[in-house]
Design a protein around this ligand. Sequence first.
Ligand SMILES: [Zn+2]
Length: 501
Amino acid sequence: MTKRFVIALIKHETNTFSPIPTPLSAFGHGNGPSYGEDARAAFANSNTPFAAFLDIARREGAEAVTPVAAESWPSNMATRATFEALLQPLEEAVRAGCDACFLDLHGAMVVEGCDDAEGEILRRVRRIRPDLPIAVTFDYHANLSRDIVANASVITGYKTYPHVDMYDAGLAAGDILARSLRGQARPVMAWGWLPLVSSVMRHAPEDGPSGDILAYARAMEHSGRVRAATLLPGFAHADTPYTGVSAVVVADAGADAGAQAAAQEVCDRMLAIAWERRAEYVFHPQPLEVSVARARALGAGRHDGPILLIDHCDNCGSGGTQDVMRVVEEILKQNLDDVAIAPIRDPQAVAQMVEAGIGSNVKLMLGGKTDMPAIGLAGRPLELAGRVRNITDGEIVFTGPMYTGLKSHLGRTAVLDTGRAQIVVTERHHEPFDLVIFRHCGIEPTKKQFIMLKSRIHYRAGFKPIAAHIVECAGAGVTNADLSVYRYRKLARPIYPLDII
Ligand SMILES: [Zn+2]
């Protein structure tokens, strides 16, 4: 009989300090969740676990049921009603009968009244079918809980940051589960968690301890000792008792009587490296004016590629408002020339520029429209004059290594040219990780002397290959790497580096 696989995507990285709400319409990047055939069409053949699950179903000759695909830009927690609206189609599909479930989740989702949304999703699915085989993939920035591991059969995650191996993570989890359904594998898992809040700015494999941990994990997978070894450095901007660095390892008890012990040993070793080198997970920012002056000096008289200025404290890819103007202000104050900036989210400014039309001169109070009460920061716009250089509908397709092939929607987009700087202003949130953010509105990034990006690490996917230098600029916002700006209430204490431990 044809097997039936339920494949679903519910993803949200929740920054509990963000002032941005998360209504149901925020999923689908502003267009709402996709259901059924639409969900399949939206993500098939993309670099995502969901697409990998579809391919596994096809390979296994199984019927793929896709009740929901819902992904939002990071923001604050969704209401319980929104969460239930996402969960209901999944529950109905499982209740209708299936042989296995494949879930593409984030791992740092918090919803109203629940600090562990992924744990709740898995609990609810297992409540309907206590024995259901479930494969789950998590983002690299997941905060793992006991409930998650207890209610899943196989867990894997990304091994890259920027995340360019999402499909591979899906293939790894899906393949182990599919083999177990054929009676050719018996997955067992081991996991562990550390009281360690690590900075996202130190998560990239080339920057901190993660590279060596991932190299060890890959070596253990290639040796055949375990089937999948996943490091989850966590998400510091979700204030939950589960926030921390964790690891989860899958081994095959069907092939190896010592599988459980092997999984635990590999997991323990991964976390031991993280703990020994925990000081390397702390980011030490430089004063903003020093960083911008350094970028200016690096750019003097050279033409071998743009200097990147990274405005990492206001990254909408982690819940930032994307309208904090502090770094832009410093760049203009220090008279940097030939600068491209992307993106500032400001629907009012876009409306004003659209009204004025291409070629018009305008005066704007740009950005600074959002207050951030959780960190005691008020929005402060920057008064700018310039010419409207371009206006687009903001419909883009990623061609770089991240989310390759997927469409995205910036909303209406306008370029303000101040003479020294060309500023891409959008209606919607979007982290710049693909050159298309500039190219779609007529700016060639490779030709610019300076590029300012509102991003932390994901910009590296598209922009690192074209950059001559990278300068991290500490502005302000709800993705600040300085953890002392956050008033944590729910973290498990003591925890490093906030406490002596
Ligand atoms: Zn991530």
